[in-house]
Ligand binder design. Sequence first.
Ligand SMILES: Cc1cc2nc3c(=O)[nH]c(=O)nc-3n(C[C@H](O)[C@H](O)[C@H](O)COP(=O)(O)O)c2cc1C
Length: 186
Amino acid sequence: MSELDLELSPTHPVMDSARPAHTGAGTEEARRFRALMREIAQPVAVLTGRDERGAPWGLTVTSFTSVSMAPPSIVVCLGSRSRTWSRIRPTGRFVLNVLGPAQRAVAESFAAPGAPFPGVPHRYTIDGIPVLAGTVAAVRCATSSVLPGGDHDVVLARVTRVRLDGGLPLTYRDGEYVAAEPIEVP
Ligand SMILES: Cc1cc2nc3c(=O)[nH]c(=O)nc-3n(C[C@H](O)[C@H](O)[C@H](O)COP(=O)(O)O)c2cc1C
């Protein structure tokens, strides 16, 4: 069996938050699952929002993807204990700022747990959501529903506006930030 073989029993409730003793982040299964997921490169974004008093917040995320074209919808998974998410969640609005390869430091500063909004260039939408400068894309979202997903919240959201500046995104694989590159066609 190779290091990354992940043999979970078909009946093992990986996503069942009702059985935390068997699904804790410190278990061997969790470690191997994390090792598997680390191998898969994912684009990096900063999810920004504001709290109910108007203060800006943001956290680095890779767990986002499109769900539906009609209506345009995305999903993003946020740690249910994230302080940043708990502040943004009540407003029902956020922006996914998809980072470019020159924005590694931005990703790092928004990944610091409990940190206030760092001093990075940004502007605000009319409803007070911060939008980062220099990104590949900015996707404005309105939360439709929040589902429990083990130790994360699975956030389904309608896309209300998109700004696409283009370019390849910053990606994250095996604990490192990596620039995506086009494949040369011979
Ligand atoms: C590359 C990278 C990707 C991440 N992706 C996610 C993610 O998809 N969802 C999430 O909840 N946290 C993710 N995190 C962790 C959060 O960015 C980090 O825990 C955050 O700062 C939470 O802090 P808080 O507890 O103060 O909210 C990621 C971190 C890094 C470095």
